[in-house]
Design a protein around this ligand. Sequence first.
Ligand code: CO
Length: 491
Amino acid sequence: MRTSEKTSINHKTYTLKNWQGGYQSLKQEYDYWVEDIEGTIPPELTGTLFRNGPGLLDINGQRIHHPFDGDGMISKITFTDGRVHFRNRFVHTEGYLAEQKAGKILYRGVFGTQKPGGWLANMFDFQLKNIANTNVIYWGGKLLALWEAAEPHQLDPHTLATLGKEYFQGVLSTGEAFAAHPHIDPACVFDQGKPCLVNFAIKPGLATTITIFEVDTTGKIIRKHAHSVPGFCFIHDFAITENYCIFFQNPVLFNPLPFVLGIRGAGECVKFQPHQPTKAIVISRHPQKQPIQTLEIPSGFVFHHANAYEDNGEIIVDSICYANLPEVKPNSDFLQTDFDTLPPGQLWRFHLNLATKTVKRQLIESRCCEFPCLHPDKVGRNYRYVYMGAAAQNQGNAPLQAIVKIDLTTGEKLLWSAAPQGFTGEPIFVPRPSGEEEDDGWILGLVYDSEHHRSDVVILNAKDFTLQAKLHLRHHIPYGLHGNFVKETFI
Ligand code: CO
């Protein structure tokens, strides 16, 4: 026993203590030119990487229960003339301002953060905090911080100051959701080939309403249609093709009673149903309504899809699947996560045959991975390369410490690892301006360096995964969620 225990310890590419360092709050807001640089910043790399994620893991020392409940903090990394500028600001949501003023937790979080005072203080309190912490996009001349259960917050792209909530000229109503996972169709067939941003909203209940939004390049919602789906839906992301939106309805049950009684957060009342299938819901993007198509897939849980495309009557969907949903338990401490007990996220390819209503699937990558990305011109199209955050070890669940590239045509894989001290997250692919091949460009990533308790911006050559440059920030950035790169600079 002892030997095998020792072996498994020796095989770990991380220590929990090092990983935990990336979950400390960053309270300070910075604004500076990055001067501590290893390597060379590619001179053609111009633009802005915006990232969002929970910046505060505590309110004045009171720890929040789950990072998903942390206040949104935007990082803005500007690449211009071979130099790099960093700036970060918190999104000034009503909840952030009220809690900072009070110096304590005032709101219940979806993932279990409770107000102090026990269940009595939390009972029948449905006032959730719009924490704007999941994604940030620049579209239609506006910078928007997104959180899936409520309206976006608009920010000034130069200063990151919060300007207010965004309602798209009144098309969105007060409190209406606008998900955190928009996808940009690079050449929309309904808009004479112009790009179009496609997003959705979920209104859960016994039956769930899925609303689809399509936003043109001026920031105007030009198509909005709602669809009712039987059952409760826990849907975080979706995939688009030229003609369809695809949602995976994870097999979960929602028991609202503990939430209503104030014992648990809403996210803790979701229970995975391993004996029920996952459902693929296919909704046409065509403005004239067509019936929803539903296909059954073996049971599994999906947060993120890599991409989808249409191919000879089939829809191909590439998604990161877990064998089950890790439950958020009321008395658990996320900092003590036992990764060995969790299923790994693995990349699967699903072939949805709309004529026969059957689904075939194949495993593409068994190594634990998350946060897929691709060339922006390939969204909704047949594509060759996918990039993901990945574990440094090739089996089981573990923190993300590497970035992996997969050639979906040849199966060839490249891995860049920051282990044992470094921890990665979502990679972003930036095409080289003059580039023609799908992998001609760079991968940008934020890496938490636990040895120095600071974060690095890393730039990899996307073709061969060689490290081009490592930009040492003066501080750490807590593990983030999603972000986007735009060609514009706002200095
Ligand atoms: Co996400």
